[in-house]
Design a protein around this ligand. Sequence first.
Ligand SMILES: [Zn+2]
Length: 215
Amino acid sequence: MLGILLKKQNPRELYDNGINAYKKGDYKVAIKFLSKSLKNDKENPKIMNAMALCYSKMDNNITAKYYLLKACKKSPINETYKKNLAIIDNIENQKKEAEKKKIEIDKQNKEREYQEKVSKRLEAEKRKSGKIIDEYRRTCNKCGKVWHSLVSREKELAKLKSDYEWRSIPCCSGLLTAPQYQRNRDAVSSDIEMLKQCPNCKSKDYNEEIVSHEV
Ligand SMILES: [Zn+2]
């Protein structure tokens, strides 16, 4: 059907069919009619302008601009073609601006990520060299007493406890006898327990948070 219509019609009819398709939003069909019309009426800027509108609607502003420049060249005093060209240029400029902005934001994000990485690394180094000290800050839920305990100290004790635990198995003991290791283990266990109970009322019901100090 489309093929027959395309063959039969003169440039004027083809143009009208193209515009009708354009109005319906059928830009591909519109372009078929219009380009056939333009083939038969090569110098007509009105057809070029219509072609440009279709391509612009299809988000192909490069081709749209090509046809508008041609139309403007054919008819330099026509205000509509000039206006359409300005609109296309404006759209393209806005796109470029948006792209630029996106690149700038990406750059800023990368920079921020890098800075965060650096400061995290610095903090880790400070912690390692003892310039940052982490402490448990515990608050008794029964009497409200607040007490502090070094995270590193508790880690050491926990490690010691598991070491003694392992050595207190008779076959694994080293220099000391298994019962001696068991006594050591129990001593460490009670040390740990002491740190984890309220020094005031002995309650083990508390809230804890880790606070860091730089020294
Ligand atoms: Zn308490």
